[in-house]
Design a protein around this ligand. Structure first.
Ligand SMILES: NC(=O)c1ccc[n+]([C@@H]2O[C@H](COP(=O)([O-])OP(=O)(O)OC[C@H]3O[C@@H](n4cnc5c(N)ncnc54)[C@H](OP(=O)(O)O)[C@@H]3O)[C@@H](O)[C@H]2O)c1
Length: 423
């Protein structure tokens, strides 16, 4: 019997208890051992729980971390502290650790993996990226013979749900966010989803593994979806694109480009059809080519599926054959200004002759060529200009936009969004 200490009994924690009960006999046959949740740590002892595990519940972490019969700690509290301290203490006590905590792993992954190695125990974190989608273990094991060229992913279900509602139901950003909250996809404070920082944490974890070099969330160039307007979604559709919040990690020699930004994806691009709260990750290896992982990136049972599989793997590899930190390189992070892309631009200008040629002039001076331009006049004597550039370094575009912003005839640079031409 393998005794487990569970830290956290919320959405995922209760899913883990439920899954271990539900699939008990299958798990035991596959593992050759029974799993038992011995104790559960919560913050509030008075909270009503759906499960009748009252006798196991405590608010004292020492009762779990100091229990010698418990060999595996499953951390499902979330956030930085006290989760980080509990993980450290568990590893120091010689216990294997399974966590779904992207915040802790993206910021402190190296320190914790090195500590696990020193202590001769496992630290697994499959559920920290993509919820129920297997991605960490496939990247570390099944794709280990490849050099990864590029990873691209839709890593945040809330923002994908919002963008899907805007694209398919013509809802405004505010209406779509309200809908996401009503359906339980978005938190009451959805800031980390909307501003891209949740996806940046997950990209930092994935890129560290893909490029064998430690990458932290603060190194990821991040833009959220709050500036994406229904007007842009509809222009994108007219041009044959879908707007998605896409995380990209790409190797350029000794540099890695890491970004989370809204992107216009060709309708035929495999990520363009990933809708609602689903997640997907496209990995391009130099041997395998492109492989895509798709599924539910969050939720009680999908996330519990990844956590319980990690527990099973911790049992299987308890006496050795472990993979620790794979960051043996030290690649530089590419200056976001040097990142090359096509761009979609929308500007509001006064409807007078010569404005468009002035804007094109500023573009030309900064070596920017335009692939498409169209103008739509509005009722209030202003015009909307929509342009798509050819590939250009981001800093050239920023310089051109600084000049254009200063023109008296330019009322607003409404949108600047990257465009991916590959499908
Ligand atoms: N929810 C998902 O779909 C999902 C998907 C992928 C990854 N994750 C990750 O999984 C982890 C857990 O998420 P969740 O959604 O299950 O969170 P949750 O529903 O908010 O549950 C958190 C649990 O931790 C307990 N807790 C919070 N602070 C504590 C403290 N200081 N000391 C002791 N216990 C404390 C809470 O106790 P009380 O019950 O007493 O309040 C609760 O049981 C997070 O790292 C999250 O990022 C979640």
């Amino acid at each position: 019997m393998i005794q487990i200490g569970l830290l956290g009994f919320g959405t995922v924690g209760s899913g883990v208890v439920e899954l271990i009960q539900k699939n008990q006999s299958t798990i035991a046959k596959r593992l050759g051992e029974n799993l038992e949740i011995k104790k559960i740590l919560v913050r509030n002892l008075n909270k009503k729980r759906l499960f009748s595990s009252e006798e196991k519940i405590t608010d004292d972490p020492a009762k779990i971390l100091g229990d010698n019969e418990i060999s595996i700690i499953v951390e499902l509290i979330g956030g930085d502290e006290p989760a980080l301290t509990y993980i450290r203490e568990a590893l120091l006590a010689g216990k294997h650790v399974v966590t779904a905590n992207k915040e802790v792993i993206s910021k402190h992954g190296k320190e914790l993996l090195d500590l696990a190695q020193k202590q001769g125990v496992n630290l697994f974190f499959e559920a920290s990226v993509g919820g129920g989608i297997p991605i960490i273990r496939p990247m570390k094991q099944c794709l280990a013979a490849n050099e990864v060229i590029k990873i691209m992913g839709i890593l945040n279900g809330t923002t994908n749900y919002i963008l899907t509602q805007m694209t398919e139901k013509n809802k405004s950003f505010e209406e779509a966010l309200w809908e996401a909250q009503k359906e339980g996809y978005a938190e009451s404070d959805p800031a980390a989803d909307i501003n891209g920082s949740d996806a940046a944490r997950k990209l930092a974890i994935l890129s560290s593994i893909a490029f064998n070099s430690r990458i932290t969330p603060d190194q990821v160039y991040t833009e959220g979806i709050d500036s994406v307007n229904l007007i842009d979604i509809n222009y994108a559709k007219e041009l044959g694109y879908r707007i998605k919040l896409v995380a990209i990690g790409k190797r350029h020699g000794n540099e890695v480009e890491v970004s989370v930004t809204p992107i216009l994806l060709k309708e035929k691009h495999p990520l363009a059809s990933v809708s609602d709260a689903f997640n997907a990750i496209l990995v391009e290896g130099n041997a395998v080519g492109r492989v895509m992982f798709y599924g539910q990136g969050a939720g009680k049972m999908p996330t519990a599926s990844a956590v319980v599989a990690d527990i099973m793997d911790a049992v299987r590899t308890r006496s050795g054959n472990r993979i620790y930190c794979t960051c043996y390189d030290e690649l530089n992070i590419m200056n976001p200004g040097h990142s090359i892309s096509r761009f979609y631009l929308r500007l509001r200008v006064t409807d007078k002759p010569g404005v468009l040629s002035k804007i094109s002039g500023a573009m030309g001076e900064n070596q920017i060529s335009l692939s498409q331009v169209f103008q739509k006049n509005t009722m209030d004597h202003t015009a909307e200009i929509v342009m798509v550039t050819y590939e250009v370094p981001f800093e050239n575009l920023q310089n051109a936009l600084e000049e254009i912003k200063a023109y008296r005839q330019v009322e607003e640079i409404s949108s600047v969004i990257r465009v991916e031409e590959e499908s």
